[in-house]
Design a protein around this ligand. Structure first.
Ligand SMILES: Nc1ncnc2c1ncn2[C@@H]1O[C@H](COP(=O)(O)OP(=O)(O)O)[C@@H](O)[C@H]1O
Ligand SMILES: [Mg+2]
Length: 423
């Protein structure tokens, strides 16, 4: 193994690759180290110039690492989603009545922060749960051979089917499942979730489930079965209302929840089908908008937060928030949080490389936003459209707005018809 030095650690951080969360070890590492990154100290241009060349190159590496590891900031959109997910997790975990644990669906287009928001809430829930658990019954966990895993994070495989989805859940625990039948896999999943004290099962990128074939019923039954396993099921994905996942569900206007009736089959994937209906909250994680003064203020606050973490040596206060800059950034990114971060990240690198050491429209105009990411499936909308460089992005924004408006109809109390139009 290569030697671990400050430089090697920084080089890894500066690469911007996010560690995996879809294994027990990966998730624990994420949970226990999140938010711990220390930004590079703030130096003046004169102080920087006075450094030796090796000090300076280490400091520059630290600046790059700082720019690609901008902290998560609370936004009005993430707060709304976070509150709901947290409420469900907490209430369900404390509930004795096992029959009625509502799940949560978090929907939104790519790069809007779904994964980061949900993981942050789930990790904070796990921190609190472990503390409470330890406080109530410190011996309960130590005595068993099984890992205690209150949260399981799973990325749905591309073109997933019920079998591969179950395998992905078991992979979190490193369990070998080759050659098992679906009923056997389901039993394994139920057993694992129970053995490891799982309270929350997150299925991210659920839009990858194939929902347009004859055996879709299998998939919907799979969701029902997961919900019978005494966990809070959190489904996260692009355009859930349009995905077919709500096909079997009806809208309960009074409770403002989606309801899935029990399966018509007596046994589902080898498990006893329960006769209880399944309930879901559906919440949309939106992008930034600036059509009202409050929205514009929130966007400004977010930009101010980013600015505070940039380490550019000739930056002036208000670099991102002053003049026409917020409007420019909105035009370049459509207010999509992940696209904005990427533009700033790449712009900051260019500002360092060129010696300009600040961000302005001229510099950012030269940055082509690239969202190539092998872990994303472009065919399912996980990568959003980017407004063209130099061209008016109005079309892209208007189109996205129109789509969002249509999607948002699921929040109106229009009953089952909404499910029909969304599917
Ligand atoms: N609340 C936030 N504050 C700052 N940056 C964020 C926030 N949410 C997301 N991001 C950035 O956006 C990027 C994309 O977010 P992600 O959660 O992967 O989006 P999605 O799952 O919706 O595609 C992340 O890598 C992160 O850098
Ligand atoms: Mg995601």
């Amino acid at each position: 193994m290569s030697e671990v030095t400050p430089r090697s650690v920084l080089a890894e951080l500066a690469s911007g690759t996010k560690p995996r969360r879809d294994t027990y070890e990966g998730w624990q590492r994420y949970r226990t180290t999140r938010g711990q990154f220390l930004a590079a100290p703030i130096l003046t241009f004169t102080q920087w110039r006075a450094m030796s060349s090796s000090e300076r190159s280490l400091y520059d590496l630290h600046r790059t690492a700082t720019h690609v590891n901008l902290p998560l900031q609370e936004t009005p959109m993430s707060l709304r989603v976070g509150r709901l997910v947290n409420r469900r997790l907490r209430n369900n975990a404390l509930k004795q009545n096992v029959a009625t644990r509502p799940g949560v669906m978090v929907s939104g287009w790519g790069y809007q922060g779904k994964t980061e928001t949900v993981c942050e809430v789930a990790a904070a829930f796990e921190d609190a749960w472990l503390e409470l658990h330890h406080y109530l019954n410190p011996d309960a966990v130590d005595g068993t051979n099984d890992l205690h895993a209150p949260v399981v994070y799973v990325q749905t495989p591309v073109t997933a089917k019920p079998k591969s989805t179950c395998q992905a859940v078991l992979d979190f625990f490193g369990a070998s499942t080759r050659g098992m039948s679906l009923p056997r896999l389901m039993q394994q999943v139920a057993q694992s979730l129970s053995d490891h004290g799982v309270k929350a099962l997150i299925l991210d990128d659920i839009n990858r489930l194939r929902m347009h074939r004859a055996d879709d019923q299998d998939t919907l039954d799979l969701i029902r079965a997961f919900m019978s396993m005494n966990v809070t099921l959190i489904l996260v994905g692009v355009d859930i209302p349009g995905s077919g996942l709500l096909r079997d569900a009806r809208w309960d206007a009074r409770q403002r929840q989606w309801v899935m009736d029990p399966s018509e089959h007596a046994r589902v994937h080898g498990l006893e089908a329960t006769q209880t209906e399944r309930r879901f909250d559906l919440v949309e994680l939106d992008r930034f908008r600036t059509s009202t003064p409050e929205e514009a203020t929130s966007f400004q606050a977010h930009l101010r937060g980013i600015e505070a973490h940039l380490r550019l040596l000739k930056a002036k206060p208000g670099m991102l928030t002053g003049g026409a800059m917020p409007e420019y950034l909105m035009r370049r990114t459509s207010g999509v949080v992940g696209v904005l971060e990427r533009l700033i990240e790449d712009g900051a690198q260019e500002a360092m490389d060129s010696g300009k050491e600040l961000l302005d429209e001229n510099l950012l105009d030269e940055i082509v936003i690239s969202l190539d990411d092998p872990s994303r499936d472009p065919s399912t909308g996980e990568i959003p459209p980017i407004p063209g460089r130099g061209t008016s992005s109005r079309t892209a924004i208007v189109n996205k707005g129109a789509r969002s408006r249509r999607k948002n109809t699921v929040f109106d109390d229009r009953g089952p018809a909404a499910a029909g139009t969304a599917g």
